[in-house]
Design a protein. Sequence first.
Length: 370
Amino acid sequence: MIERFFWMIGRQINRSVRDILHSESFAELKNEVDRTVRSASAGFRSRAEGQNAPYRTADPGWGRRRVRCLPRGSISGVLLILFGSMGLLVALLAAVSIPFLPSMDALLGVLFGFVVPCGGVSGFLLAKGILLRKRVGRYRSYLARMGNATFCPVEELAASVGKPAKFVLKDLKKMIRLNMLPEGHIDDQQTCLMLGEETYEQYLEAQRSMKERQQREESRKKDSETNATIAQGREYLEQIRRANDLLDEDEISHKLDRIEQVSSKIFDYVEQHPEKAAELRRFINYYLPTTLKLVNAYCQFEAQPVQGENITAAKDEIRKALDTIGTAFENLLDSLFGDVTLDISTDITVLENMLAHEGLTGEDFKKKAP
């Protein structure tokens, strides 16, 4: 009984092999191999005819034709399908013959020793082969959709294969990694496929130009905002100066002159260092308007013919506030020079350390002197 079982399996395998050899899949495999051999032969002949000719020509379609020759997975996919199908067929025949086995031990031995492992491995091979063949089909659809173009939106490629753009993008990246698309690139926005280094270099140059334009535009915008901010601040100073001209009191005029001088230096510094403009926001939007408001109030109090206790107290508070404002503005100006003083201190420290290391400072230098 066992001998008959294995004889039946051998006969079925023999018949399956004959069927596969005459199937369309095997014919496709044969065609792929033929195309590969012809391509290699043609390349060998062309190099033999012109030894001095470079392997890569200036023909823009060279890379595309080379890509089309034999996409990865063409042969391996067919082989996996063939062997997977054969294995599943053998496992199926073995499973069908299980009821005819003479004992339970033989049944379990065939089932778990042959049918299950063979079926699992064969199913995996078949599924893998089908996936590879489908990828080859998509690859050819991508190239057919692109035609002679060297770039194409991912959305259009997705429409050509009926898949989501996200799936196609991942598919293209894998093809590039597998060298199925030599010189293939995806743009930074993940929206376009490019074939050829020349096209990719043009894209990179366009990206660089765009970034430079954006940087210039941002720089012009910041400069414009900085100039507008400084102009607004100087307008506040001009109003404070006009109010100061109306006052005959030397004490408060001196305080306002101090504020005006320090504020002008702040604006001069920011004009030379536009990157510091952000630090003036509160200075211009609150400090100067508040200072102007206090000065105008003082002018109104000063113009009153009768100045009682309340007006006198308010004027005293304004004079004290102007002292505080002047000190605060001087501190702000000093803080703007913080980075400069830090750099200078660092340079001095480095210089002193180098001189000390060379023995050119202090007692060490005196010892070395003749």
